[in-house]
Structures are given as structure tokens and as C-alpha cells.
Design a protein around this ligand. Structure first.
Ligand code: GLA
Length: 365
């Protein structure tokens, strides 16, 4: 009888103990470090997201590994402000709500860009062709409205994106903004943004940041803006990379030269394609074998990430954040560019949401 009683008491206690043990193990596994923990004393780790990605199991990866979000497309002008008198807030609002709910930082992307410009920006008004004054008024109204809506949650904005040309023979990209307003539109955009939210950190953001020619052009533009006391506070280096580029030498020279401007830097759109760089879009051909993410491709990619992060850590005094452009290889813009429909594998997590070789190289230091 006593033995039976003892068993009644002991079995549940033992079961509870086993459960606790299991739980402890699960917790130990679950709480294994995310990217943001490895880099806690270096920089904020971020990722670009869509409302769709926040509604899938990718959300778990986001919360475990990242402390900052950027809207991949939802805040681009054409999406958020499709008609002059009509904003579309739903997608951007849901990203902002997720950031608020989970106490994540949020970067705003982007206010002035030559792509995703809605037609109304350059449309005639009352039969009069568009003038630069009209464009400035429209820009200011757009910038002010969007920045005010997210003032409480967005701490930094990519104010001007990709204004510098890749063409060796020109400095500024020949965008519609440039053709109508000259380079002055860049300073105006920063002034409007500063007025809308004096506390926001205002970025100039661009790609091909490590090519010597392009980085020199970006740097001289920023020096000019600084001379004119334009409120530009930080520089975004997109870092869309390829197996062969950038070289370690070019990346280090870029980090050194950009740091010398005395403004904080962020890596804003990082990914490493597994294919050679092709600047012009083309159709997919039978020779594009995209189903094989070979061990060799994975190794080269992991090495590029390792090299990049080693240098980022070396420049940690100047770098305040690193953002990846998309969460996992399930979805990447590189599936559509330069070859539409060719699967790419540019991120740290694979299509099954598992950390890749590149992930382990990034956190092994
Ligand atoms: C640029 C833009 C981003 C994104 C990427 C690729 O880098 O800044 O918003 O569109 O291209 O998709």
C-alpha cells in the first residue's frame, strides 16, 4: 500500500522532472544565438521584409536573428502614393505595426528614387507642363506625409537612393528628377526630410559602392552636400554582391574612404548572388542551370560573406547596422534580375529556412 502511494506521488514528480529536462533542452536549442546576439557588440542586424513574409514562418527567423526591419517595397513611392491625392498605407502600416509590436528598429526606404516613380510626379498641372517648382512641391508633400505617419517608429530614412550614375562618362544619373531640376533635387530632398522629422537619421544610399570609380563620385557628391550644410547624416552601402566582386581590396578601400567622411555607415541591402555579375537584364536560356546550388557555389559564397564580415567588424567604429535584402532563399529579387525566372540563393538561410555555410562563416569569429 505504502509502495503504491509512493508510486502515485513519485511518478508525476518524475514525469514533471523529465518534462522540465526536455523543456530545458528545447529552450537551450531555441535560445541558441541568433545573428543579432553574435553581433550584439558590433552592429544592429536587419532584414528587408514584405507583409507576406511577416505572415509566414519566416517571422520566426526574423524575430530570432534580426533587430531591425526595412520595407522591401511597401514604402516605395509608387506603392505607397499611387495617385497624387491617394496614399496606400496598408502594407507599410502592417510592417510598422510588426516593428512596434516586437520592439524592432525600422528603417524607411525610400523617399526619392528614379525607379518606382508614379506618373503623377511629372504630370502637367492645369494644362501647364511640369516645372521644377511643381516637382519640389509634390516631393515635399510626399516626404512630409510619409515621414509624419511613421515618425514614432522609423528612426532612419534612405532619403535619396541611387542618384549617381554607373556610366564612367557621367556623374549624376540622368533621371527625370535630374533632367528637370539638376543635382539640386538631392539637397532639396534632404532639406524636406529634415524639416519633416528633425530627429530622423537621413541617409544617401547607393549600390556598386565598392567600385573605385563609383565610390569616388559618391564621395565627392557627399562632400559637396556637407560643404553646403545639407542635412545628410549617414551613408548606406547597398552591398548587392557577386562571387567575384567586390574584391577584398576594393571593399577595404571603400570602407576606408567612406569612413573618412566622418558619417556613420550602414550596409543596407546585402546579398551575394551565386551567379556572375550581369548588369543588363536578359532572358533565361537552357544553359541557365539554376536547380543546382552546388557545394562549390556554396563555398565561394560563404567565403565572400566571411571576407565581408571580417572587414565590417574591422570598421565597426563606423558601421551602425547591417541589413540583408530578404530573409531566406525562398524569396529574393535576384530570382527576377538579371535573369527573370532563374533561381538564386543569395542569403544566409536556405529555402528550408535553415542556416547555410555562409551563416556559420558570418558568426564564426
Ligand atoms: C535597389 C533598391 C531596393 C531594391 C533592390 C533590388 O537596390 O534600393 O529597394 O529594389 O534594388 O530589388
Amino acid at each position: 500500500m505504502f509502495l503504491r502511494k509512493l508510486l502515485y506521488v513519485c511518478i508525476p514528480v518524475l514525469a514533471m522532472a523529465c518534462n522540465t529536462n526536455n523543456k530545458a533542452q528545447t529552450n537551450a536549442f531555441d535560445s541558441s544565438k541568433g545573428l543579432k546576439d553574435y553581433y550584439q557588440s558590433y552592429f544592429t542586424m536587419g532584414v528587408s521584409v514584405s507583409p507576406a513574409s511577416l505572415a509566414t514562418e519566416e517571422a520566426d527567423i526574423i524575430l530570432k536573428h534580426f533587430g531591425s526591419l526595412t520595407a522591401e517595397n511597401a514604402m516605395k513611392m509608387k506603392n505607397i502614393h499611387p495617385k497624387e491625392n491617394e496614399y496606400y498605407w496598408k502594407d507599410a502600416d502592417s510592417i510598422a505595426a510588426f516593428a512596434r509590436r516586437h520592439h524592432l528598429k525600422l528603417r524607411g526606404h525610400t523617399l526619392v528614387w528614379h525607379q518606382e516613380v508614379p506618373d503623377w510626379m511629372f504630370a502637367p498641372q492645369n494644362g501647364r507642363p511640369v516645372t521644377k517648382e511643381m516637382v519640389y512641391a509634390r516631393l515635399q508633400s510626399h516626404i512630409t506625409t510619409v515621414m509624419h505617419r511613421y515618425k514614432d517608429v522609423i528612426y532612419a530614412w534612405d532619403v535619396v537612393n541611387e542618384a549617381i550614375s554607373d556610366d564612367k562618362n557621367e556623374v549624376y544619373r540622368k533621371s527625370k528628377y535630374y533632367e528637370l531640376c539638376g543635382e539640386e533635387y538631392i539637397a532639396k530632398a534632404f532639406e524636406f526630410a529634415h524639416k519633416a522629422d528633425p530627429k530622423a537619421i537621413l541617409f544617401y544610399n547607393d549600390y556598386n559602392e565598392s567600385y573605385p570609380e563609383k565610390r569616388k563620385k559618391i564621395i565627392s557628391m557627399i562632400k559637396e552636400l556637407q560643404k553646403k550644410k545639407v542635412p545628410i547624416h549617414a551613408i548606406g552601402l547597398q552591398c548587392h554582391w557577386f562571387p567575384e566582386e567586390p574584391t577584398q581590396e576594393n571593399l577595404e578601400a571603400a570602407l576606408k574612404d567612406f569612413s573618412a567622411l566622418g558619417l556613420p555607415l550602414q550596409i543596407t541591402e546585402m546579398d551575394v548572388s551565386v551567379y556572375k555579375r550581369e548588369p543588363v537584364a536578359r532572358a533565361k536560356t537552357p544553359a541557365d542551370n539554376d536547380t543546382l546550388y552546388s557545394a562549390e557555389k556554396e563555398k565561394i559564397q560563404a567565403e565572400k560573406y566571411r571576407m565581408g564580415f571580417e572587414l565590417f567588424r574591422k570598421y565597426k567604429k563606423h558601421i551602425t547596422g547591417i541589413t540583408f535584402w530578404n530573409v531566406t532563399d525562398r524569396h529574393t529579387w535576384m530570382d527576377y534580375f538579371p535573369v527573370k525566372g532563374r533561381k538564386d540563393y543569395p542569403l544566409l538561410f536556405d529555402v528550408h529556412l535553415q542556416p547555410k555555410k555562409a551563416f556559420w562563416e558570418v558568426v564564426k569569429f
